[in-house]
Design a protein around this ligand. Structure first.
Ligand code: HEC
Length: 160
């Protein structure tokens, strides 16, 4: 029982901190449309190098969850997790490869991914303490960093 209360408190704490100083859904400036072959190239290297990492560590929230943990059966935990999964996909929906769905442009998505990976913000803390293996390894971070940098150059070149 104590363990259960602990889990719920942790989830609630995470939920509160996740929303500090955040602005939702802003996308004022419309970027120029990006050429399809650039997107395809980024998508191809995504599928080769990154998809398997995201599959393991991000898809539970930003895509289709493989297997929900036992505590999803608890009413409070269930609400929090469902909300997490809904909100995560609103920001960034990884189903279907690059360019991702969600509210960002392809370039914004790459920049957002780079930022959360650099700052160790994803997967969220409350999730990592439940699934220790969900933490990104240094090798995975390096692969993501390289993919993002290359993609940003490709997308940036496109704008000139
Ligand atoms: C436990 C669920 C969960 C997991 C697992 C998770 N995320 Fe998230 N993610 C969220 C939620 C909820 C948000 C939106 C609220 C926030 O920023 O905390 C979010 C937001 C983001 C954003 C910000 C998008 C924006 O619009 O700025 C990025 C980028 C992101 N996640 C990438 C990742 C990556 C990459 C992984 C895997 C390494 C990952 N997330 C794993 C729940 C999750």
């Amino acid at each position: 029982m104590e363990k259960l209360i602990f889990l719920i408190v942790i989830f609630l704490a995470g939920e509160l901190s996740a929303h500090q100083g955040e602005s939702h859904g802003k996308k004022e400036e419309q970027e120029k449309p990006v050429k399809q072959d650039v997107l395809n190239e980024i998508d191809q290297s995504y599928r080769e190098n990154i998809a398997s990492i995201f599959e393991k560590k991000c898809m539970d929230c930003h895509g289709e969850p493989k297997k929900l943990p036992w505590y999803h059966a608890l009413p409070v935990a269930k609400n929090i997790m469902d909300e997490d999964m809904r909100e995560a996909k609103e920001h960034l929906d990884l189903r279907g490869g690059f360019p991702f769905k969600g509210h960002g442009t392809p370039l914004e998505d790459l920049e957002a991914i780079q930022e959360v990976v650099r700052k160790d913000e994803m997967p969220p803390f409350r999730y990592k303490i439940m699934h220790w293996s969900s933490q990104l390894t240094n090798t995975e971070k390096k692969a993501i960093e390289e993919w993002v940098e290359r993609g940003k150059i490709l997308l940036g070149d496109e704008e000139k």
